[in-house]
Ligand binder design. Structure first.
Ligand SMILES: [Fe+2]
Length: 331
């Protein structure tokens, strides 16, 4: 007799690769994690779990909290905003059903908590975590997954993420354009202040810098890593594209740098020029503490006005400690 409290999901009639068949350490995760972009291979190319019928069922199961499911209808340009919706708005069901021809993007988040998808996505998260260096592992706070469905020929507009990204191509092709995460002449401190302040369109595309991008032609079975704050945009190929994005939140970014940029945004609004993160440890520490105080007050006010945000109580994947024996690298 099974667990009668578990959600009703279809039984997967196929084997999902595990262990090294799912993801192998190519030696670059340790040296390059969150420093620079690199390619890797995985074992989920064309897997039925990531085909449309199964993904449509997943979309039905995902809790409909704010930001758990996102979709955009109509073609966008590289410099468009996330809230652009240039075609008539379709329902999520209509969008997924017709994604092969309706010029849309669907993002399904937190599938790592789904009973059917959770085991494979959590194994990817843990394997990537175990491939990274001890310093990186100490910095990783939590991980999450996003599944992207893109209509043929569609672009994903230029943006950056604070999370450290691993993009795994499952079906179709993508040309991924990735820029240097540390280049402040490309992504200015003002852009990062805006992004950290909640503007997901904070990064501004600069066509004259296109030549500085690294290009990755992703086909099924291949993936690319790009660090937090590495701006990117994507040109999807001529077939439906399905990919998985594995993200990691980092203490150094989400618990520190983000707070400093938020305080700097306030300082700039007062007409002053703030000191960028990393230039003065003393000022950084002061701003970190300041934002902790400010955010405690803001959160109290928000909860009092709007009530508790249920999505904040949703489970998050957190890494299991990696055992090391005589310095051996775990897998
Ligand atoms: Fe992204």
């Amino acid at each position: 007799m099974g667990d009668t409290t578990a959600p009703c999901v279809s039984e997967a009639p196929y084997a999902v690769p595990t262990g090294v068949a799912l993801l192998t350490d190519n030696g670059e995760f340790r040296a390059k994690f969150n420093r620079t972009d690199f390619l890797f291979d995985h074992g989920l190319a064309g897997h039925p779990l990531f085909e449309l019928p199964a993904l449509a069922e997943l979309a039905n199961r995902i809790p409909k909290f704010r930001d758990f499911v996102y979709w955009q209808n109509g073609r966008v340009n590289v410099n468009d905003k996330w809230d652009a919706n240039p075609a008539p708005r379709l329902s999520l069901e209509e969008t997924i059903h017709g994604i092969a021809h309706n010029d849309s993007l669907v993002i399904l988040k937190h599938a790592e908590q789904d009973p059917l998808y959770g085991p494979v996505l959590q194994e990817i998260l843990q394997r990537i975590y175990s491939f990274t260096s001890p310093a990186a592992q100490a910095d990783i706070v939590l991980g999450e997954s996003l599944i992207f469905l893109n209509s043929p020929g569609r672009k994903t507009a230029y943006h950056l993420d604070l999370e450290s990204n691993f993009l795994l191509q499952i079906a179709g092709e993508k040309l991924v354009h990735v820029f240097d995460c540390a280049d402040r002449s490309l992504t200015t401190d003002v852009e990062l202040e805006n992004h950290c302040g909640g503007n997901h369109n904070g990064a501004i595309y600069k066509p004259e810098r296109e030549g500085d991008a690294h290009f990755y032609h992703l086909t099924p079975g291949h993936g690319v890593h790009f660090p937090s704050m590495g701006p990117h945009w994507v040109q999807n190929g001529e077939q439906l594209s399905i990919s998985i994005n594995i993200n990691f939140d980092l203490k150094s970014i989400h618990h520190r740098m983000k707070r400093i940029y938020r305080v700097n945004r306030l300082i700039r609004r007062l007409g002053l020029e703030p000191c960028a993160p990393g230039k003065s440890p003393m000022k950084d520490a002061l701003k970190d503490k300041m934002w902790l105080g400010v955010s405690a007050v803001l959160n109290s006010v928000r909860t009092a006005v709007k009530g508790r945000d249920e999505s904040m109580a949703y489970p998050a994947w957190r890494p299991a400690p990696v055992a090391r024996v005589n310095g051996a690298q775990p897998v």
